[in-house]
Ligand binder design. Structure first.
Ligand code: PEP
Length: 251
């Protein structure tokens, strides 16, 4: 049985004061809910949010890290620095691939570095609209998984989480259909994981769906057999919506 996981990707939103307010609205509703819930706010708010999550069941994640342990990498944050405050880290988000030149190879370096310090990577994969229209979804997502998770042991692979986020669904209000998203997980991602790490591992690794998840569509998405929860962007910035989405993963 895979336990549901809901992660909120705040992207580049919220000052420390705003973050404190949002978390104060969420914690009373979520801290006892039996769903692995993770907040991924910006780096500058991690310390404040971490203090508020002590003693709750809510986890904390960063949105990126650099693979090197330390050194002359102005503007970057190391795996160890993230691990001081967080349990999770989002890696390979499509916005990082599109705007900051991340590739499957750099994602792979980050995944290994994150696992090396005990973080749980949430590894994002997903095809663009053009790739989708060209019927390249299976090829693109397979490549992203194969290269992004290359050279991991089965034991390491079983510690991470994958998020299937079709790029055309992120922030567009146009989510994939529940059946369509489930098919990519069941027919593409899990078979690739089985090839790489064996069938038992492929059945135990959690795979989330991300892309315009809302309080209205969450239950249908999470009811799919292969969808183990969600990576939620816009709706994670509104406490009432995020709380409904987390609770939708219970049923
Ligand atoms: C995301 O940022 O990972 C995401 C899925 O965004 P949204 O929910 O806003 O589409």
């Amino acid at each position: 049985m895979r336990k549901p996981l809901i992660a909120g990707n705040w992207k580049m939103n919220k000052t420390v004061e705003q973050a404190r307010l949002l978390v104060s609205e969420m914690v009373p509703e979520l801290h006892t809910v039996d769903v692995d819930t993770v907040l991924c706010p910006p780096f500058t708010t991690l310390m404040a949010v971490s203090a508020m999550l002590v003693g709750t069941r809510i986890g904390l994640g960063a949105q990126n890290l650099h693979w090197e342990a330390s050194g002359a990498y102005t503007g970057e944050v190391s795996p160890q620095m993230v691990a001081e405050l967080c349990q999770y880290v989002i890696l390979g988000h499509s916005e990082r691939r599109t705007y900051f030149g991340e590739t499957d190879t750099t994602v792979n370096k980050k995944v290994k570095a994150a696992l090396g310090v005990g973080l749980t990577p949430i590894v994002c994969v997903g095809e663009t609209l053009e790739e989708n229209e060209d019927k390249q979804t299976a090829a693109v997502v397979s490549r992203q998984v194969k290269v992004g998770l290359a050279e991991l042991t089965t034991e390491q692979a079983m510690k991470l989480v994958i998020a299937y986020e079709p790029v055309w669904a992120i922030g567009t209000g146009r989510a994939a259909t529940a059946a369509g998203a489930n098919a990519v997980l069941a027919d593409v991602i899990r078979p690739v994981l089985a090839e790489m790490f064996g069938k038992p591992a492929s059945e135990s690794i959690r795979i989330l769906y991300g892309g315009s998840v809302t309080a209205a569509n969450a239950a249908e998405l999470f009811a799919q057999p292969d969808i183990d929860g969600g990576l939620v962007g816009g709706a994670s910035l509104k406490s009432a919506d995020f709380i409904k989405i987390v609770k939708a993963a219970l049923s």
